[in-house]
Design a protein around this ligand. Structure first.
Ligand SMILES: C[S@@+](CC[C@H](N)C(=O)[O-])C[C@H]1O[C@@H](n2cnc3c(N)ncnc32)[C@H](O)[C@@H]1O
Length: 224
């Protein structure tokens, strides 16, 4: 089974946080085809999986994909079918940032300590949620696909999140583009910012909000 670059990056983050633990249970919400969990089993990254799907047909596909493994598949909405402490980590991928937020806000006491999110857009909402809810951003990466996707790895920890310590970028900019991606001057992030700038430059001249956006993006690009 081969994963696209997006889910490959998610699988890598699960392996990174599992480390040397002897067993590992991973939850995948909105699992659809079950490919991520199947590869995590094949790579021996996980020993048990919990898959949740809101729709019947994808749930059946997941059950079929995972029948050879120690996996429980649930029909349901987000964490609703799961108990607290059901897993060591969870992923929610391929959904809008607002939907991911609704899912995590519905059952905050059922979230595992480690979370991996991949939203199609507006990852700033997820970084801000983590910052406010005690989920530190441990790492992030960007991969290309239909869009350039940001994949975020969080871990529940005490205290202030040290990921946002940069003096070079405002907190708002770090939420929007990602503190690790900015500090690394990530090549795909650079491409994303350049396309945003092109987009605004192509819009009607004279609108002050657009002029401001263009100026902010130009200032940001000067730091790359
Ligand atoms: C676009 S697919 C993404 C599949 C896979 N996670 C990936 O990244 O390739 C989104 C899947 O999430 C499911 N889904 C959407 N909202 C959900 C929710 N609240 N709870 C569980 N599943 C959900 C949909 O039925 C669909 O199968």
């Amino acid at each position: 089974m081969k994963l696209d670059a997006r889910l490959k990056a998610v699988a890598k983050f699960v392996a990174q946080i599992r480390g040397e633990a002897s067993t590992w249970t991973h939850i995948d919400i909105g699992t659809d085809h079950g490919h991520l969990l199947k590869v995590l089993f094949e790579q021996s990254t996980i020993t048990k999986a919990l898959a949740v799907e809101k729709n019947e047909f994808p749930l059946q596909r997941t059950q079929k994909a995972l029948r050879a493994f120690d996996a429980q598949c649930y029909l349901g909405d987000g964490f609703a079918p799961l108990e607290p402490n059901a897993g060591d980590s969870a992923s929610i991928c391929g959904l809008g940032a607002s939907t991911i937020l609704q899912i995590v806000q519905a059952y905050p006491d059922r979230l595992p300590k480690r979370l991996i999110f991949q939203a199609n857009k507006h990852s700033e909402k997820l970084r801000q949620w983590g910052y406010e809810q005690g989920y530190h951003l441990i790492d992030e990466c960007m991969v290309d696909g239909f869009w350039n996707y940001a994949i975020l790895l969080f871990e529940q920890k005490q205290g202030h999140d040290p990921a946002y310590a940069s003096d070079s970028f405002s907190l708002k900019t770090q939420f929007k583009y990602g503190p690790y991606l900015l500090n690394r001057r990530d090549a795909l992030l650079l491409q994303t910012i350049e396309s945003e700038l092109e987009h605004f430059r192509g819009m009607k001249a004279g609108n002050m909000a657009i002029v401001k956006q263009i100026s902010e993006l130009e200032q940001l690009l000067n730091k790359f």
